[in-house]
Design a protein around this ligand. Structure first.
Ligand code: ADP
Ligand code: MG
Length: 242
């Protein structure tokens, strides 16, 4: 049984058909790299999986529940699937610990004591156990992104969607964030990540999905996708990013 199943998913913005029929099954614990040119629909696909966009066709199942337009179900879905963005968007007026505590207390009704315990555990998991009381502007970009990951983990998601989470970071801060992702992957977290870090994708991902013009153009294990790209589009894409 796949954890996440997309069946002929379609999405348009006005006349712009952005997703043209995406079918994809993701197994529990799988780590997927989503690659492709800017504008190929990668972010839109993640937003659809997380229920942030209404579909124009097809269906998405997440752990048995269909992603529906029903507000209530969408809200439940967003509780189950975590998403991390390029911009970490921590609340500047809250400490790192309070940022991580916020959703469990506000959304799930977790008690303050339990949320604090959870937040300390999650900050520990991203290597920031000592930063509970730090303010976001006292943290480096890499540390802020790790707090954002801890914040997503505090909701105990069944999968994490990562949209270019290292793209806004200075090069020397990329590896500390990728190391956290690597540890989550090793611990069995299901991950779908849009990334330009091809070496990381090659090392950590189980499968690579190459999107082109709103469709899955090639899909396969990293050793095939990177060493033996079949379509000219993927060959060209890899040639320009290598
Ligand atoms: P990628 O993440 O691969 O760069 P996106 O999913 O962000 O691609 O965008 C795919 C296409 O959808 C682009 O043409 C973009 O302009 C368009 N698009 C994305 N979001 C919106 C939106 N909210 N409204 C209108 N057009 C959008
Ligand atoms: Mg994008």
């Amino acid at each position: 049984m796949p954890l996440i199943a997309l069946e002929d998913v379609r999405k348009r913005f006005g006349d712009n058909e952005v997703l043209k029929g995406i079918t994809l099954r993701i197994e529990p614990g799988e780590v997927i790299a989503l690659i492709g040119k800017s504008g190929s629909g990668k972010s839109t696909l993640l937003r659809c999986i997380n229920g942030l966009e209404q579909l124009d066709g097809g269906a998405i199942m997440v752990a048995d529940a269909q992603v529906a337009d029903d507000e209530m179900r969408l809200r439940l879905l967003r509780l189950k699937v975590g998403m991390i963005f390029q911009q970490f968007n921590l609340f500047p007026h809250l400490t790192a610990g309070r940022n991580v505590m916020l959703s469990p207390t506000v959304v799930k009704g977790t008690s303050k004591a339990d949320a604090e315990k959870l937040a300390r555990e999650m900050l520990e998991r991203v290597g920031l156990g000592h930063k509970f009381d730090a303010w976001p502007d006292q943290l480096s970009g890499g540390q802020q992104q790790r707090v954002a990951i801890a914040r997503a983990l505090a909701m105990e998601p069944i999968a994490l969607l990562c949209d270019e989470i290292t793209s806004a970071l200075d090069p020397e801060l990329v590896n500390e964030v990728l190391a956290v992702v690597r540890s989550l992957a090793a611990a069995g977290m299901t991950l779908i990540m849009v990334t330009h870090e091809m070496r990381f994708a090659r090392e950590v991902c189980d499968r690579v999905v190459f999107m082109h013009q709103g469709l899955v153009h090639e899909i396969g294990p990293p050793e095939e996708i990177f060493a033996n790209p079949k379509t000219p589009e993927l060959q060209q894409f890899l040639g320009t990013t290598a």
